[in-house]
Design a protein around this ligand. Structure first.
Ligand code: PRX
Length: 650
């Protein structure tokens, strides 16, 4: 963790130069690319739009009388056509999706196979009554039917809302209710460490919790057992067979029409739906896949994120398929059946580009370099990371033991809201500085500012703000004239900018303009690269009988970077039983991944004289930081109790 010796590296204070062999073949190698984008703004973004096929050309790149900003206005296109149909002429027999299942199975779809199944499932969805602009919820683990369903929805202009399979029934119901979604595609279950998990039970419980129920549910048979289906439930395989050979004309969508919805956590107690556009988002996912991940059609690309998160949307499905490459899907965990699983998969599939999270890299490091060392990883050309800060020591390990010092590492900063990467090195253009994400990408206006909105001096900590539009911006920002006004109460003061969005991250910037992201300043915990609002977890714990009050903050964790710490004042003595009930409640409300790693029982929570829980103090205690001034506390005596109640994190 930051400040800890093992987090940092003695090496790599010098910038690392991109390998010449990489530069020679890179998609973007023009040293002036940032200047060119700036000079040509907004026409520079034609480069992104040109990566797609438009059924009707756009009139303007950006309507700049905004906000509201409208990207590629007048343009019409279909995302499924762009990710599938248009590749058929040149590569119908090339593998589009290759899937590695949890039980060691593998399955591949050529672009022609993908075209057929997307069409058949699109016809099936239509047959069930799904119309343009209906929201279809997809609740599945990483199986090929998930991207097929996403593309089938895109084909008929029905925005999808993918809900991470590990989320609970309650979490699914909340999202379906909020989205007003009446159609659900799920599966009977999936395997976790070889044992079946019954997903359909969770889907059934969610359906029961919905006021209007579900119009139709489609169930993918993943377990191979005979899960009984009700009248409004349909077997995926049977539906596809019924519609065998049917084709569905891709529905032309406006560039600004919604392609999908995805939920993420913020400061409120409820998850927020982020709506991404068809033209802007897809061009941006394709452009960043091209410029940063350097994807070529002949590559095999592996983004290890679950498709339930934005990373999987942009860099497993939409970006790679828009570029006509082979994208790999992996359902399993990195250490099952053995700790060399990831390297075995890279070797067997000759993966060219590997994109993963720092948490995973820290686990690989811990397991030892003998695991990658026993495999031929020479197919790799580029490595990437996303989701949380990467410590220089982990960066260097990745660069050396996985990339053999011959692959650039891109540390990409972005968010669910941005749709695609915003800050990163360009792998053939920029030197790499381990631990620092890099400069804003060409055409991206990101800066680190102080509380008054003024750019900070190099080395000083400030707030990361986006101060100009980009094609991947979500509809809330595109449409909302008052986006900034609504956020104006949030630090820092960005009112001098025509338009600005505060990312809720803190960061520093160096004299070369390289941005190092430090973490969130709001009440969001980033666990293994996944976002959870502390309020969501707190409200689940507060409902547990025997709990008087709870406060949730982030604390250190040597693998995950951050972990969920819950401080609980209890009315019940049996801490063991209470601990179990708390874990169960969080699992039911959100899912197993949000269950607190550390629960600290206390007689009272530290409060100000006005009765507000001092969460910052709890966070400092969890991190072992200096507590500073505690004079605002009404009950300073609890501080010592809390410090001594923390487990030894040795
Ligand atoms: O705090 C930043 C962190 O992840 C947050 C966004 O989370 P989410 O919307 O779930 O999207 C994750 C995948 C894009 C950011 O506000 N974050 C993301 N990438 C990085 C990062 N922190 C440091 N370095 C990164 N490369």
């Amino acid at each position: 963790m930051p400040g800890d010796e093992s987090w940092h590296s003695a090496v790599a204070d010098e910038p690392v130069v991109p390998p010449a062999s990489f530069v020679e073949q890179a998609n973007v190698a023009d040293a002036d690319v940032r200047e060119n984008f700036e000079r040509e703004h907004p026409a520079c973004w034609e480069r992104a739009a040109d990566l797609l096929d438009w059924s009707t050309d756009y009139d303007t790149v950006l309507t700049e009388d905004g906000p509201p900003f409208r990207w590629f206005e007048g343009g019409r296109l279909n995302a499924s056509y762009n990710c599938v149909d248009r590749h058929l002429d040149e590569r119908k027999n090339q593998v589009a999706l290759t899937w590695e299942g949890r039980l060691g199975e593998s399955r591949s779809y050529s672009y022609l196979d993908l075209y057929r199944e997307v069409n058949e499932f699109a016809a099936a969805l239509r047959g069930l009554g799904v119309e343009e602009d209906d929201i279809v919820t997809l609740y599945m683990p990483v199986v090929p039917e998930l991207p097929v369903a996403m593309l089938a929805c895109a084909r008929i202009g029905a925005p999808h809302s993918v809900v991470f399979a590990g989320f609970s029934a309650d979490a699914l119901a909340t999202r379906m209710e909020d989205a007003d979604s009446e159609y659900l595609v799920t599966c009977d279950g999936y395997y976790r460490r070889g044992a079946p998990v019954h997903q359909k039970n969770k889907a059934d419980n969610a359906a029961m919790a919905l006021d209007d129920g579900v119009e139709a549910t489609v169930v993918v048979d993943r377990l191979g057992d005979d899960t009984p289906l009700a009248d409004d439930e349909y077997d995926y395989g049977e539906l596809v067979t019924e519609h065998r050979g049917e084709t569905v004309e891709p529905v032309e969508r406006d560039a600004t029409d919604q392609l999908f919805l995805i939920y993420t956590s913020g400061t409120t107690g409820e998850p927020t739906g982020v709506r991404h556009t068809t033209g802007g988002y897809l061009s941006y996912a394709a452009w960043t896949s091209h410029a940063v991940l350097d994807i070529k059609p002949e590559d095999t690309h592996w983004c290890s994120a679950d498709i339930g998160w934005i990373t999987g949307h942009s860099y497993t499905v939409y970006g790679p398929l828009a570029l006509g490459t082979t994208t790999m899907l992996y359902e399993g965990t990195p250490d099952h059946p053995e700790k060399d699983r990831v390297w075995e998969l890279i070797e067997r599939n000759a993966v060219d580009v590997f994109y993963t999270a720092p948490t995973a890299i820290r686990a690989f490091m811990k397991w030892g370099e003998e695991h990658p060392g026993s495999h031929d990883l020479s197919s790799l050309r580029l490595l990437g990371t996303v989701g949380e800060p990467i410590n220089p020591r982990a960066w260097k390990w990745y660069y050396t033991h996985i990339g053999d010092e011959d692959c650039p590492v891109v540390d990409t900063w972005w968010q669910t809201e941005t749709g695609g990467m915003m800050v990163s090195t360009l792998p053939a253009v920029d030197d790499m500085k381990p631990g620092s994400a890099g400069q804003p990408l060409p055409g991206v206006d990101a800066r680190v500012v102080d509380i008054d909105g003024e750019p900070v001096e190099p080395g000083e900590t400030g707030y990361l703000a986006l101060t100009g539009p980009w094609p991947g911006m979500p509809l809330s920002m595109v449409e909302h004239e008052d986006w900034f006004a609504e956020h104006a109460s949030v630090v820092p003061d960005l009112s001098d900018y025509d338009w600005a969005y505060f990312t809720e991250d803190s960061a520093t910037v160096d004299e070369d303009g390289y941005i190092t992201v430090l973490g969130r300043v709001d009440d969001v915990i980033n666990v293994s690269g996944h976002r959870f609002g502390t309020m969501e977890i707190e409200s689940a714990i507060a409902d547990v009988s025997g709990v008087a009050e709870a406060a949730v903050v982030s604390g250190p964790h040597d693998l995950k970077g951050q972990a969920v710490y819950a401080y609980v004042s209890a009315t019940e003595e049996d801490e063991g039983a209470l601990r179990e009930r708390i874990a169960g409640a969080v699992e039911d409300a959100i899912g197993p991944i949000a269950v607190p790693d550390v629960v600290v029982f206390t007689s009272e929570l530290p409060k100000t004289r006005s009765g507000k829980i001092m969460r910052r103090l709890l966070e400092d205690i969890a991190n072992g930081d200096d507590l500073g001034d505690t004079s605002a506390l009404r009950n300073p005596e609890v501080v010592g109790e809390l410090e001594s109640a923390l487990p030894d994190r040795g």
